[in-house]
Design a protein around this ligand. Structure first.
Ligand SMILES: [Ca+2]
Ligand SMILES: [Ca+2]
Ligand SMILES: [Ca+2]
Length: 136
């Protein structure tokens, strides 16, 4: 299985064009997640693993020294406050678990029937929840 080139491209775009960290973090948002692209086994629903593969790839691309932990320097978009909040064991680094905890919570909230997978409906309704309609 081949890893997504998306995060690599994003990382490259970040390096080459100086994309702002904010732009990257918007891509990380669940709301902008591409359902089809994320549904790697194409079974029409997203498992936790499938969804976490996206932020996990991001984690790995941020972890420039590949020690499995993000320092503040590696994760500048977090900012001091958010970093401290995410760093639940206060060791000054974000482990993958700490990095993903936030997003895991959000995924669990997406999973309306708590069956451990996100159907397209659950995904769509969660996307629609915020911000209301956008024209049309
Ligand atoms: Ca690191
Ligand atoms: Ca930590
Ligand atoms: Ca579900």
């Amino acid at each position: 299985m081949r890893t997504h080139t998306f995060s690599k491209l994003a990382a490259m775009a970040f390096l080459c064009c100086g994309l702002s960290p904010a732009a990257i973090s918007q891509q990380a948002s669940l709301r902008t997640l591409d359902f089809e692209a994320t549904d790697t086994d194409a079974n029409g629903s997203l498992s936790m693993d499938e969804i976490l593969a996206v932020p996990m790839a991001r984690f790995q691309s941020l972890d420039t020294d590949s020690d499995g932990l993000l320092s503040k320097v590696e994760a500048p978009r977090f900012g001091d406050k958010r970093f401290a909040r995410s760093d639940s064991n206060s060791d000054g680094f974000l482990s993958a678990e700490e990095f993903l905890a936030n997003i895991s919570n959000r995924i669990e909230r997406l999973d309306a029937d708590s069956d451990g997978t996100i159907t397209k409906e659950e995904f769509a309704s969660a996307q629609g929840q915020r911000g209301g309609r956008s024209g049309g």
